[in-house]
Design a protein around this ligand. Structure first.
Ligand code: ADP
Ligand code: ZN
Length: 436
């Protein structure tokens, strides 16, 4: 298949040239931040590094890290590098982990961000022939605006649906012939489920591709969504701190996301020691924004755990690829001393033939953790006998024990009893925190 790109020169730039470009941008960016962000200048002073020490991208490790805690300390204006009169937009994190972050954008920042999203849409096969339904939330959350802007840049006919009102989503999708859907993967799964309930089949809709991100999702969930909507489902990654979705996106290979390296320099570090790890190691992803004007974070620790690889990709893009984040370190639960990610539970459910509708409830009785997983039964199980259900629960618990090394109490609950997500899914209810 002939490859199409939104910005071919940048996306396929030879690696040596890319390094040179990153080096020039980094030198300029460090000076910009040093001159305009006293908070970061202090961190540099404490580490004994000045802009004169940064000659190119190979010096990036000399710079101090920036963390979520710094963003909280500096809230709201402490990391702003441009006067407010030069800023045109504010976004905020969705607060998944209870910590809100506000980010500022100049018009130039918005432009580059939308370019990144446009690259993702073109990589998923999008063009001006497409009708692009944006069902990410609009507003402070970056998902809606980012993909909306990208869709305009590509020239798609843009349907700014925002999230929610699922039946109307489907009505517009069918009436107006949407060919690309952008939303969170959990909402895509819900749209698929509703579509079938409304009596449609995947073949009845012209949808061909989906661009799904903003939360972790497994390969099993990808297959599930692809089947139910009859599409190819592409991953997209980003965070408010780095502008929003579009920092990295999947190409036709669907095997990891190309990081837009002309704008973002990525490192993997050991989350405990801060040591930079070689390519191919699993660790915490750290970004340096090379072009951002208003909110230019340097060496920002994302808390997302993944692996970077620069194997040549059949799509022709030269930019390094990141694996799907294996869950953010914030999402990791420590249950009875064992590390557990919701994605592991999701994998078991889909392997055992369940839908990814589940909720994990943690509590503490005395000194020990209770670990319950509520899972929706399939329609046919609903009419099963009590003993049939109990044996299914035991079977699921055993499969989870094999995956996790600890034993959950699994409860099959009636179909539709777990609240569906229109944005990021809430998978964990940790009541233990109330006692801390
Ligand atoms: P919040 O931290 O409140 O969720 P954001 O909306 O900025 O705020 O979310 C960014 C985070 O979402 C990332 O750090 C990452 O953990 C998660 N995320 C975004 N895209 C993906 C993706 N494609 N796969 C897995 N996780 C993702
Ligand atoms: Zn590729």
């Amino acid at each position: 298949m002939e490859q199409r790109y939104y910005q071919k020169d940048m996306e396929t730039m030879p690696v040596e040239e890319l390094k040179k470009l990153q080096s020039e941008k980094l030198v300029r960016q460090v000076q910009h931040v040093y001159d305009n962000v006293p908070y970061y200048r202090d961190l540099m002073d404490k580490k004994g590094v000045t802009p004169a020490d940064i000659h190119g991208i190979e010096d990036v490790h000399k710079l101090p890290f920036l963390t979520k805690a710094d963003l909280r300390d500096a809230y709201p204006y402490g990391l702003l590098a441009k006067p407010l009169k030069d800023c045109v937009r504010i976004h905020s994190t969705s607060g998944t982990t209870g910590r809100r972050v506000v980010a500022f954008y100049t018009q130039h920042d918005v432009d580059l961000w939308e370019d990144c999203c446009a690259r993702a849409i073109v990589a998923a096969g999008g063009s001006e022939e497409d009708v692009c339904q944006v069902a990410y939330g609009y507003g402070l959350f970056t998902g809606g605006s980012g993909l909306h802007g990208g869709s305009h840049k590509v020239g798609c006919l843009t349907l700014p649906m925002s999230s929610g009102n699922t039946e109307r989503q489907i009505q517009f999708m069918t009436d107006l012939g949407a060919t690309i859907l952008c939303c969170t993967p959990s909402y895509a799964a819900y749209i698929g489920e509703t579509l079938h309930e409304m009596g449609y089949k995947a073949e009845d809709i012209p949808l061909k591709a989906g661009i799904f991100g903003a939360e972790p999702w497994t390969q099993e969930m990808r297959r599930n969504i692809e089947e139910s909507l009859g599409i190819k489902a592409y991953d997209i990654y980003g965070l408010t701190e780095t502008s929003g979705p579009g920092v990295a996106f999947e190409c036709c290979e669907q095997s990891g996301m190309h990081i837009n390296e002309d704008h973002f320099y990525a490192e993997i570090i050991d989350p405990d020691t801060g040591e930079v790890l070689p390519e191919g190691s699993k660790g915490e992803l750290v970004f340096t924004a090379l072009d951002k004007e208003a909110f230019p974070l340097l060496r920002y620790r994302t808390r997302d755990i993944c692996v970077l690889t620069r194997k040549p990709c059949s799509c022709g893009r030269t930019h390094i690829k990141m694996s799907k984040p294996m869950g953010r370190s914030d999402d990791m639960m420590i249950i009875r001393g064992v590390n557990v990610f919701p994605s592991q539970i999701e994998t078991v459910l889909l392997q055992e033939g369940y839908q990814p509708n589940y909720q994990i409830v943690l509590d503490r009785v005395g000194n020990s953790d209770t670990f319950d997983v509520n899972v929706e039964m399939n329609a046919d199980q609903f009419s099963d006998t009590v003993s049939g259900v109990t044996s299914q629960e035991k079977k699921l618990a055993a499969a989870m024990k094999t995956m996790l090394g600890i034993n959950p109490a699994v409860h099959l609950v009636p179909p539709k009893s777990i609240t569906r997500s229109e944005g990021k899914a809430v998978r964990i209810i940790d009541k233990r925190k109330l006692h801390d």
